[in-house]
Design a protein around this ligand. Structure first.
Ligand SMILES: Cc1cc2nc3c(=O)[nH]c(=O)nc-3n(C[C@H](O)[C@H](O)[C@H](O)COP(=O)(O)OP(=O)(O)OC[C@H]3O[C@@H](n4cnc5c(N)ncnc54)[C@H](O)[C@@H]3O)c2cc1C
Length: 440
C-alpha cells in the first residue's frame, strides 16, 4: 500500500530537503518534487560533522563514496579536548566504529546528495509564499514568490528554523529562542599554520574555555586537494550587541579575537589564519537560536485521505549544534519519513504520520535537550583551578553513545511491514528543555 502514488512536494533544498529527496527516490517514491528558494544550491558555514548514525543511512542510499571522496579521512578520534589557555590535552572521545564521522564542506555534502536527484525532481528559485488547501480540487496549492504555483497531495516542510510551512500552515507561532551564544565561522589553510599546529588540527579539536569554546574540524582531504580547517568559535555574548537584521551576517575577525586573545598559541595561529584567509578581514557571525520541542509535527485533511502536511529538519526539531546532530537528525527523519510513506500498510496517512512522529520525536527531543547540556559542558563557567579535573571524557563519550549507536533501519524494520512485524515503538525518556535557554 503506502503513498507511492501521491504527489509529494518538498519545500526547501537544504541538507534536510536534499536528504529527503534522496530517501524518497531510494524508497521508490518517484512522484516527489523539491522546491528551493535559492536560485542555486548554496550552503555556507565552516563545514559540518556527519556522525555514524547518519552515515549508515547515507551509505545505504549510495551517497557514501561521493561523500568520502570529498570529506576527511578517518581522523583518529571523534573529538579531542584541549585547555583553552595552556593547550594541554584534556581527553578525547573515540569513535564507536565504522562508519566513522565525516567532516565535510557543507556545499560538498549538498553536491554529493544532489548527484542522486535528477533535475526533473528539482525546481530552484521557488520561494514558497503561501500554502492552501483547495476543497474543490482536493489538493494543496503551493504559491511561490515569483507568482507560479504547484499542486501536491503531501507537503513536507524542510524550510529551516524560520519555516513558512510551519508558521503558515501548521499555525505554530512560537518564536525561536536565543541560545546565549554567537558563532564565528571560517576556514584556515593548513599552509598558514606551523607544522605542529597543522598536525594537531588534522583532528577534530575542542579548545574548552570559560563560557566559550573553539571547535576545529579537519574538512576535506589531500587527494581531493580540498583539505582545510573549519573553525567554529562559540562565544557567549548578549543579544543586544547584535546589530544585524539577519541571524547570519559577517563580523571582523577582531571580534572573535577579543574573546580569545589570551588563549593558547594554536588558537592565536587560528585567528591569524582566519585573517589571512579573508579578503575583507571578516568571517561569518551567527546568532545561535533553537526552538523548544514541538507537540504538533503534521496535519492531515479529513476530507481527503492521503493528503497532509508534515515538517522535518530544523523546521520542527532544531537543536543546538553541540552534539553535531542538526543535519544528522534531518537525514534520519528524511530517511524514516520516506520509508513510512512507502511501506505503510494501508491508506491512512494520519496513522502513518503519527507513527513517524512517535518514532522520531522522543529521539529528537532528547537530542535537543542533551545538546543544550553538552554545550554547557563544552563552555563551562567554572573556577580556573577546577578546570582540568572537572572534565571527564568517559562521561562525555557515554553521552554520545546513544546518539551514535542508534539503528534507525532496525527500528523501522520492527514497525513497518518491510520485515512483517507489528508496529512496536520503544519509548525513550526525555528531559525538558528549560523555558529560557541560556548556554553559559
Ligand atoms: C554553527 C553550527 C554548526 C553546526 N554543525 C553541525 C554539525 O556538525 N553536524 C550536524 O549534523 N549539524 C550541524 N548543524 C546543524 C545543521 O546545520 C542544521 O540542522 C541543518 O542544516 C538543518 O537543515 P534543514 O534542511 O532542516 O534547514 P536549512 O539548512 O535551514 O535549509 C532550509 C532550506 O530551505 C530553503 N527555504 C527557506 N524558506 C523557504 C521557502 N519559503 N520556500 C522554499 N525554500 C525555502 C532555504 O533556502 C534552505 O535551502 C550546525 C548548525 C550550526 C548553526
Amino acid at each position: 500500500m503506502g503513498f507511492a502514488d501521491k504527489r509529494i512536494a518538498i519545500v526547501g533544498g537544504g541538507l534536510g530537503g536534499m536528504a529527503l529527496a534522496n530517501s524518497a527516490l531510494y524508497a521508490e517514491l518517484r512522484n516527489v518534487h523539491m522546491y528551493e528558494a535559492a536560485a542555486q544550491f548554496t550552503e555556507v558555514g565552516a563545514g559540518v560533522n556527519i556522525t555514524r548514525n547518519a552515515n549508515r543511512l547515507l551509505d545505504a542510499m549510495g551517497v557514501g563514496p561521493s561523500m568520502l571522496a570529498k570529506s576527511s579521512r578517518d581522523p583518529p578520534s571523534y573529538m579531542e579536548y584541549r585547555h583553552y589557555r595552556t593547550g594541554e590535552f584534556l581527553g578525547q572521545i573515540d569513535e564507536f566504529g565504522a562508519p566513522t564521522s565525516r567532516q565535510i564542506h557543507r556545499a560538498h555534502l549538498l553536491e554529493a546528495l544532489k548527484e542522486n536527484v535528477p533535475d526533473a525532481h528539482v525546481s530552484l528559485g521557488k520561494r514558497l509564499q503561501s500554502l492552501e488547501w483547495s476543497t474543490a480540487k482536493k489538493e494543496y496549492t503551493l504559491t511561490f514568490v515569483d507568482g507560479t504555483t504547484a499542486a501536491a497531495d503531501i507537503v513536507v516542510g524542510c524550510d529551516g528554523i524560520k519555516s513558512v510551512v510551519r508558521s503558515q500552515y501548521l499555525g505554530l507561532g512560537d518564536n525561536p529562542i536565543y541560545s546565549g551564544q554567537m558563532v564565528y565561522r571560517g576556514y584556515v589553510s593548513y599552509d598558514d599554520l606551523t607544522h605542529e599546529t597543522a598536525a594537531l588540527l588534522r583532528k577534530t579539536v575542542n579548545f574548552r574555555g570559560p563560557r566559550r569554546h573553539v571547535l576545529t574540524l579537519p574538512i576535506g582531504n589531500d587527494e581531493a586537494k580540498n583539505a582545510r580547517v573549519g573553525i567554529i568559535g562559540f562565544m557567549t555574548e548578549p543579544l543586544e550587541n547584535w546589530t544585524s537584521e539577519s541571524w547570519l551576517s559577517t563580523a571582523p575577525v577582531d571580534d572573535m579575537y577579543e574573546h580569545v586573545k589570551d588563549w593558547t598559541g594554536a588558537v592565536q595561529e587560528i585567528v591569524e589564519g582566519l585573517r589571512k584567509g579573508s579578503a575583507d578581514g571578516k568571517i561569518l557571525k551567527q546568532a545561535l537560536y533553537v526552538r523548544e520541542p514541538t507537540a504538533k509535527w503534521f496535519d492531515v485533511r479529513p476530507d481527503a485521505p492521503g493528503s497532509g502536511v508534515i515538517l522535518i529538519g530544523d523546521s520542527v526539531h532544531s537543536t543546538l549544534p553541540h552534539q553535531g546532530q542538526g543535519a544528522c537528525q534531518a537525514i534520519e527523519s528524511g530517511f524514516a519519513l520516506a520509508q513510512v510513506l512507502r511501506y505503510w500498510p494501508d491508506s491512512n496517512l494520519g496513522a502513518a504520520l503519527q507513527y513517524f512522529q512517535d518514532l522520531r520525536k522522543p529521539r529528537t527531543d532528547r537530542i535537543t535537550s542533551s545538546s543544550y547540556e553538552t554545550g554547557k559542558m563544552a563552555s563551562a563557567d567554572i573556577p580556573e583551578e577546577q578546570w582540568a579535573t572537572s572534565f571527564n571524557p568517559t562521561v562525555v563519550r557515554e553521552r554520545m553513545r546513544w546518539v551514535m549507536e542508534y539503528d534507525l533501519m532496525g527500528e523501522l524494520a520492527k514497525g513497518l511491514p518491510i520485515g512483517g512485524d507489528e508496529v512496536a515503538i520503544e519509548e525513550e525518556t526525555t528531559s525538558e528543555l528549560p523555558a529560557a535557554v541560556t548556554v553559559c
